[in-house]
Design a protein around this ligand. Sequence first.
Ligand code: F6P
Length: 554
Amino acid sequence: MNATSRTRLNQTPEWAALGKHREQLGSTHLRQLFADDPARGTGYTLRVGDLYLDYSKHLVTDETLALLRELAAATDVAGLRDAMFRGDKINTTEDRAVLHTALRAPRGAVIEVDGENVVPAVHAVLDKMAAFSDRVRSGEWTGHTGKPIKNIVNIGIGGSDLGPAMAYEVLRSFTDRSLTFRFVSNVDGADLHEAVHDLDPAETLFVIASKTFTTIETITNATSARDWLLTGLRAGQDAVAKHFVALSTNADKVAGFGIDTANMFEFWDWVGGRYSYDSAIGLSLMIAIGPDRFREMLDGFHLVDEHFRTAPAEENAPLLLGLLGVWYGAFFDAQSHAVLPYSHYLSKFTAYLQQLDMESNGKSVDRDGNPVDWQTGPVVWGTPGTNGQHAYYQLIHQGTKVIPADFIGFAQPVDDLLPGLVAQHDLLMANFFAQTQALAFGRTPDEVRAEGVPEELVAHKTFRGNHPTTTILADRLTPSVLGQLIALYEHKVFVQGAVWNIDSFDQWGVELGKVLAKKIEPVLTGDEGAEGAGEQLDSSTAALVTAYRELRDR
Ligand code: F6P
C-alpha cells in the first residue's frame, strides 16, 4: 500500500474496532486479568536472543492483541519493514534509504542502494576502524610529540554524541581503563573546558563526529579544540593530523577543516544521525572496548534485526512494543513513556532513547503532509532505578496520569564489580520487581484498612494500581545485549511510525531554531555585516536580547 492510497488511520475499521474494544475493557483492573488467567505471568512473555520480555502487566487481553495486530496488518507495517530492509527510499521527504540495519549485516550479505551492494563498504570501514583502534589501544599511534594517546575526546552532538556517550557508559566494565574518554556536545564553552582542562594535549586525540560536518556546535567546538591543542603543543597546523580524526559523510568539509581524509571514517546518507552509533560514529566506543567487543555488539543488533524481519506477528517483540504504545496513546490518552533501567551503567540510556524516539516520531503531519488527528510519539523520559523511586515515582504511583513504563534489569552484576558490592545486586533487583508489582496491583482501601490505618488516611495510602509496565530482563549487560536492546527500541519506533503513517526518518523540526539562532547571533555580537543583522525581532525577543546585552556588558 503506498502512502497516498492509505485510508486515514482513525477512519479504518481496525481503529474503530479497537475503540469499541477499549470501551468494553473500561476500567478492568490488572488484578482481574491476572485472576482470570493464572498463567498470564508466563503466557504473556517473549524471548528474543538474551532478552526475556514480560508484557503481562499491560492493560490488554488476547482480543486487544489480536485487534492491534489487525491494525498493523491494515497499515502494512510488514510491507514498510521489508521496504526498509530492502533499501527502498522510505525516508520520502529526504528521498533516502533507511539502512542502519546494513551497518550490522554479516560480511556476505547483499543489500543494495541504487543498484550497489553497500555491505562491502560497511565492512571496509569497520576494518579501518578496527585497525585504527588497535593502533591507539596498543600505543602505536602517537601524537605530534611522539607520546602515545591516553585521552580520547569525542566532539559531536545529537546522534553523533548520544550513542557513543551512552554506549561508553553502558559498557564501562569492558573498556580499557588506562584510557580516558570524554564526550563534548554543548556549544556552551563549559563543556569543552571541563573535558580538556586537565588533559595533556600531547596525549589527546579528538574524534570529530558529524554526519554533515556543518553542525555549528560541533564545528565551533572542534575549532576551539584545535586552538587549544596547537597552543598547548606550541605547534603549527601539521600537528592536527596526529590529533584529529573525523567521522563523517562529508569528505570535502572534513578536508576543509584541515583533517587529513586518510584519517576520516566514512558513513553514508542512508544512516540517520540517531541510528548511527553502530557506524563510524562508534569509533570512540570501539577504541574503548576494542574491535571484538564492538563486533559482538553489532551481532546483537543483527540478531534483533533478523527477529523483527522474520518472527511471526504473535512473537514479534518490536511489533508488540510498538503496538502497545499506539494503544496507550490513542485509547488511554497517554502522553509520555518512561524508560526506567535498573542498572547504573544505563544512566544515559533513556536520554539516548529520547532522541531515537522523539526526533523520529515527534511529527504532526502524515507522509503526505496532511495533519494527523491521532497521537504520535510520546514524551520519553526516565532515569535509573532506584534513584527515581525517591524522586518522581510518587507521580507514577498516585498521580493522575497514564504513564506506561519499561523496566530493564539484569540477573547478574557486571564482572569486575568489587566483590563486596555484588551482594547489593539482589537488593537492586528486589526493588525492580517490587515496583512493577506495586504499579500493577496497587493496594486497595480494604487492604490499607486491614493494616490498621486510620480512616482519614486510607485514601492517601491507597494505590490505584493498574499502571502498565513492560519488564525486560537479561542475564548480563554485555555488548551483544546492548545491541539487542537498542535494535529492539529502533524497531519499536519504526512500527509506531508505520502505523501512524509518519516519516520517522526526517527531522525538519530542528531546523527553525537553527535558522533563528543564526539571525540572533549577530545581534548579540554586534556584527553588523553578518547575514541577518538588522533583522526585526518580535518585542519579547528584542527585550530579552536588550536585557542580556545590558547584563553582559555591565
Ligand atoms: O539537528 C539535529 C541533527 O541533525 C540530528 O539529527 C543529528 O543527530 C545531529 O543534528 C548532529 O548532526 P551531525 O552529525 O550532522 O553533526
